[in-house]
Ligand binder design. Structure first.
Ligand SMILES: C[S@@+](CC[C@H](N)C(=O)[O-])C[C@H]1O[C@@H](n2cnc3c(N)ncnc32)[C@H](O)[C@@H]1O
Length: 399
């Protein structure tokens, strides 16, 4: 068929979604014109109408649509999209916060491309090498508008994509300017964190949690806190600065704990005054339960999947068990903060996991707060997959 002449032809189902602004075409929706990844194509309906301008891919997405009018993916268009994204962050982010998301992919009109801003460095995060042809323009815009000291490129792993980002080309690394020093100091609402832009996408701080950390600020004072899956200790540092009487920072990774200690120091807190525990969360919770140690606040922010001495952790399977174990080390009327960043777990299902865990421990909970990604991670109405983060705070009571 005349796929070459007509660009990428999609079926009626895809056409309806594209007309609503949805930015993806799936492989099964392509009727003609599929081919190598990274090609710029016009997307057309069966009847030949132009539905957009896209970059093709060969993974679980066949094409990402950038413009719905079919115009060129040139620098004028790209700068307009990036200016609009930057304007939002100027409205949202004050100068007490220097680490944030500048461009949130589909939700800012730039499918497959995220840009995080870390002090004076930018990290461009791609979902696929198929969108790489836009990176030069993003870097040019960053140089013109933001004067970064350095820009890094990296890839993000999507669990739906069976390709391994380790094999993606061009390789991740510095693409403009100078390497950052080993660690760069950024702030989240005035609280300091040391991040490594060259390690992107996971640089040492998850800014999407900023909102729930802000909400918790008045609720740490005079309380004992256990922060599990603590990573570099963002919740711990906030809790300690917020007046917590004790903070236990628990993580499997020795390196993460070293970085958590450094983050305490960066805020004038002496790590020697606080407790850092290397180990498996389940084992730690069990030890605290057996020794009778109790906490007023327990933070649960696990990864989707991990392998540790306590076995394999899978958030989908093990969340109720985790909540039950946490409930057993809570002081009377203590609070659990629980988070899930798995987009495929619906808020209702996640609340169900928490309720089930509390039930197993013979408790019930009162939901005090429900949060989503901070607003620099906006959710486009045209993109149903936008919201991935679920965070709740529950006060736990005896049944
Ligand atoms: C998604 S990060 C947590 C983010 C963190 N809560 C924050 O606010 O920045 C996941 C962390 O869980 C740790 N981890 C993974 N499996 C673990 C386990 N079984 N026990 C304890 N920590 C674990 C990893 O080392 C990593 O630091």
């Amino acid at each position: 068929m005349g796929g070459k002449r007509r660009g990428l032809v999609v079926d009626g189902y895809s056409e309806r979604w594209l007309r609503r602004g949805f930015p993806w075409v799936y492989p099964k929706e392509v009727e003609a014109g599929a081919g190598a990844a990274g090609r710029q194509v016009l997307v057309r309906s069966r009847s030949g109408e132009v539905l957009g301008r896209a970059l093709t891919d060969e993974g679980w997405i066949a094409a990402r649509v950038y413009r719905h009018d079919g115009g060129p993916l040139d620098q004028a268009w790209l700068s307009g999209v990036l200016d609009r994204a930057a304007d939002l962050r100027e409205e949202l982010i004050d100068d007490r916060t220097t680490g944030y998301r500048l461009v949130h992919a589909e939700n800012d009109g730039l499918p497959g491309i995220r840009v995080d801003w870390w002090g004076h460095h930018a990290v461009v995060i791609l979902d696929s090498p198929a969108v790489h042809s836009l990176v030069g323009g993003v870097v040019a815009w960053l140089e013109a508008r933001r004067s970064p000291r350095g820009v890094y490129l990296c890839y993000r792993r999507d669990p739906r994509d069976d390709r391994d980002p380790a094999g993606f080309s061009p390789a991740p690394g510095l693409v403009d300017g100078h390497e950052a020093r080993d660690e760069v100091r950024v702030t989240e609402r005035g609280v300091a964190f040391l991040v490594r832009p060259g390690d992107g996408p996971d640089v040492g701080l998850y800014p999407d949690m900023r909102e729930v950390r802000a909400w918790m600020e008045p609720h740490w004072g005079g309380r004992s806190v256990l922060n599990t899956f603590a990573y570099t200790g963002a919740f711990s540092v906030h809790a300690a600065l917020g007046g917590a009487t004790e903070v236990v920072t628990l993580d499997l990774s020795e390196q993460a704990l070293d970085r958590a200690e450094a983050n305490f120091s960066a805020n004038g807190l002496d790590p020697a005054d606080w407790e850092f525990v290397q180990g498996d969360t389940f084992k730690g919770l069990d030890r605290f339960r057996r020794s009778g140690r109790r906490f007023d606040r327990v933070v649960l922010d696990p990864p989707a999947f991990s392998r540790g001495p306590g076995g394999v952790w899978s958030a989908k399977r093990d969340y109720p068990r985790l909540v039950a174990a946490a409930a057993r080390v809570l002081a009377p009327r203590g609070w659990i903060l629980a988070a899930s960043n798995q987009g495929e777990v619906a808020p209702k299902a996640f609340r169900g996991h928490v309720a089930e865990g509390l039930k197993r421990a013979g408790r019930v909970g009162q939901e005090l707060h429900w949060a989503r990604e901070a607003a620099d991670f906006p959710a486009g109405t045209w993109f149903p997959e936008a919201r991935y983060l679920k965070v709740g705070v529950w006060r736990v009571l005896q049944r």
